[in-house]
Design a protein around this ligand. Structure first.
Ligand code: DX5
Ligand code: ZN
Length: 222
């Protein structure tokens, strides 16, 4: 499984419908939906109502990345709105096992997210419970930031963690992925690749999606 997840954070919200339709025609496997609350991260984005409006019209899954405080309080609402995958950060969800179990119990795929400055050792226990790990390759909060190179090494370490723990979580990577490094992250072990500005700021969104999807598919083959 190698999937492309365009992040609508960099979309033009005036034209959201057209732009989401374009990434779907270009081969997007899921829509990455970044939720920010102005507390955990310094930016504010969208909530369950926007997710619901999108989900009503599309058939591919929506992957909600929650960068918020009190995630437990909002998870049921995001799932009722139609989120198929939900991920929460290891850094601010103190009872991470309970939160992950809540997501699964409500019927969504559950992921744990880890920031660039957090040791991967923090994941050792929770990987036994999650469907996926989302590795941040920028500090969360904004689209269009530069890829942190060490993330490639961290991807390989995550693959190793999966092997030694005998678990089967899939690995998603998010932040600073563009045409020039998407092949590298797939070869290093990413199963799901999030791309925001690298798709939505392109002149032709549909073709750009198709191009990145083809790189993912050909990188897998190597
Ligand atoms: C950052 C978000 C990302 C962001 C990626 O906090 O989690 O999903 O949209 O955008 P690019 O691909 O532009 O780094
Ligand atoms: Zn994200």
């Amino acid at each position: 499984m190698k999937l492309l997840a365009p992040s609508i954070l960099s979309a033009d919200f005036w034209d959201l419908k057209t732009q989401i339709e374009a990434v779907i025609r270009g081969g997007a496997d899921l829509i990455h939906f970044d939720v920010m609350d102005g507390h955990f991260v310094p930016n504010i984005t969208v909530g369950p109502y926007v997710l619901e409006c999108i989900k009503r019209r599309i058939t591919i899954p929506v992957d909600a990345h929650l960068m918020i405080e009190n995630a437990d309080k909002y998870i049921p609402e995001f799932i009722s709105a139609g989120a198929d995958w939900i991920s929460v950060h290891i850094e601010n969800n103190y009872h991470i096992h309970r939160t992950i179990e809540l997501i699964k119990k409500k019927g969504a795929k559950a992921g744990v997210v880890i920031n660039p400055g957090t040791a991967l050792d923090m994941l050792k226990e929770i990987v036994h419970y999650v469907d996926y790990v989302l590795l941040m390759s920028v500090n969360p909060g904004f689209g269009g930031q530069k890829f942190i190179e060490r993330s490639v090494h961290r991807l390989r370490e995550l693959v190793n963690l999966r092997d030694i723990t005998g678990t089967d979580f899939f690995i998603e990577i998010d932040g600073g992925i563009k045409e020039d490094n998407i092949g590298e992250v797939v070869r290093a072990g990413a199963d799901v690749v999030v791309v925001g500005s690298g798709i939505f700021l392109a002149e032709d969104i549909e073709n750009q999606t198709r191009k990145l999807k083809n790189i993912i598919l050909s990188s897998t083959a190597v």
